[in-house]
Design a protein around this ligand. Structure first.
Ligand code: AMP
Ligand code: ZN
Length: 455
């Protein structure tokens, strides 16, 4: 079995050969935490976590970083509208994001860096770019000089005029060229800011990802992924910054982009107002049905979101759980069937994997000897493990169906405690554990992660 991935950089399907076969590296652009995220935002996180799990099976390990953008003008606007510090907004919505991901069966990444936790690395990278002649300071800002990088445009393959139109660039007197983009900007008044060689200020969005990827995964990473809407300018700018800061060495070897989730015919987007928040959806539908719906289209294709798509996934899962219920008398280990692995190896062909799952279930319903039924159950459970589906007992699926809001909240808090521990914020981690204990929820650290039970 060998994994092939479609690489946007080369516009080709390629065999995946990591730099270090013992531990591939992957970076995915994470959310900006100023509000609840919508189901379109979940698409990259569901799909690329599936890829991280696949890499872990193939290579034994993976280093998967997915950041949290916790400094941004939208965050500043939300904080000043509500009269609270930005951390009140970012803490709340980062926790809500983790809760939403847990509900959709997305495990936390190996590393979840925050932009505000990497200001020193960001400033250091900007200093290197200035020293190398790739960036210049003007009016308290630092700008990247696009014409200092011959490779600019190689990912999106746009010509310079298109790039200007696509970026809807801000014309500003301090820019040498209209396409130059901001690495650092001044902060005045109440705006969050940090001291820097260019005065009190805050980073631009693009430089955050370059600095965090370098800090945790090194100069050249295997996979960089995100939505196709980030290809330009965000990813193009990440390449420019990282390659110029690293003496021209390649930044990411494989670029993966998911297609957009559309709602009522257009991209689901907060600015258009046509959104469905995960937070609301998981309280109205079984979260596994939402996950199934997200996996029902190939990740590079557009996905038209609708109640009918959710309904279809619900009916499919009813059938699969019904089959599992019929096999309740049999004990079987979960073993991932080769046909499922082969589908995923083919550029994460989840529609093909779901078709295999349906075929396995149809075989299982045909019955046969105890051995045949055991094999069928192993295959079903194994396919469920690979896809993050069939993770409940049939009794729970049919009894409850809809995500239990309180369980989701508790899982979100447990994930927040894990993130605090990773960030060595033990006071916060202990605080969360004590708060849970006070409501009778006991945590147990096991080799397979944190378990919880009600006292
Ligand atoms: P944002 O917070 O807008 O930067 O988005 C976070 C992630 O969600 C990025 O990888 C985006 O590309 C992705 N994304 C945003 N909107 C959609 C959508 N409608 N469909 C699929 N992915 C999306
Ligand atoms: Zn990014």
């Amino acid at each position: 079995m060998s994994l092939r991935l479609y690489n946007t950089l080369t516009r080709q399907s390629e065999p995946f050969i990591p730099l270090d076969p013992a531990c591939p590296t992957m970076y995915v652009c994470g959310p900006t935490v100023y509000d609840y995220v919508h189901i379109g935002n979940a698409r990259p996180y569901v799909v690329f976590a599936l890829l991280a799990a696949l890499l872990r099976r193939r290579h034994g390990a993976v280093r998967y970083a997915r950041n949290i953008t916790d400094v941004d003008d939208k965050i500043n606007a939300a904080a000043s509208a509500q009269g609270v510090p930005i951390s009140a907004i970012t803490d709340r919505f980062a926790a809500a994001f983790r809760e939403d991901m847990a509900a959709l069966g997305v495990p936390p990444p190996d590393i979840e860096p925050t932009a505000t936790g990497h200001i020193a690395q960001i400033v250091a990278m900007i200093e290197r770019l200035v020293a190398g002649g790739h960036a210049y300071a003007a009016d308290g800002h630092v700008l990247f000089a696009v014409d200092s990088f011959a490779g600019y445009g190689k990912l999106s393959r746009r010509d310079p005029d298109d790039m200007l139109a696509g970026a809807r660039v801000e014309v500003a007197p301090y820019k040498r060229a209209p396409g130059d983009f901001v690495l650092w900007k001044p902060s005045t008044g109440d705006l969050p800011g940090w001291p820097s060689p260019w005065g009190q200020g805050r980073p631009g969005w693009h430089i955050e990802c370059s600095a965090m990827a370098e800090a945790h995964l090194g100069e050249t990473i295997d996979i960089h992924a995100g939505g196709v809407d980030l290809q330009f300018p965000h990813h193009e700018n990440e390449i420019a910054q990282s390659e110029c800061a690293h003496g021209g060495r390649p930044f990411a070897r494989y670029w993966l982009h998911n297609g957009m989730l559309n709602f009522a015919g257009t991209k689901m987007s907060k600015s258009l107002g046509n959104i469905e928040k995960i937070h609301d959806l998981v309280r109205a539908h079984p979260p596994e049905a939402l996950r199934h719906a997200l996996l029902s289209a190939h990740y590079r294709q557009p996905l038209e979101w609708s109640d009918a798509v959710i309904e279809q996934s619900l009916r499919t899962l009813d059938r699969l759980y019904g089959t599992l219920r019929d096999l309740a008398d049999i004990d079987a280990p979960a073993l991932i069937p080769p046909a499922i692995e082969a589908a995923l190896d083919d550029d994460l062909n989840t529609p093909q994997a779901l078709a295999e799952l349906a075929r396995i279930a149809a075989d299982a319903r045909r019955g046969g000897s105890t051995d045949a039924r055991r094999r069928a159950k192993s295959d079903l459970l194994g396919a469920g493990v690979a896809l993050g589906l069939l993770q409940q007992s049939p009794a729970d699926w049919f009894a409850r169906g809809v995500g239990n809001g309180d369980d989701l909240r508790i899982q979100g808090l447990i994930d927040a405690r894990e993130a605090a521990r990773q960030g060595r914020d033990f006071a916060r981690a202990d605080g969360i554990r004590d708060a849970l204990a006070a409501e009778g929820v006991l945590l147990e650290d096991t080799a397979r992660g944190v378990r919880w039970k009600r006292a």
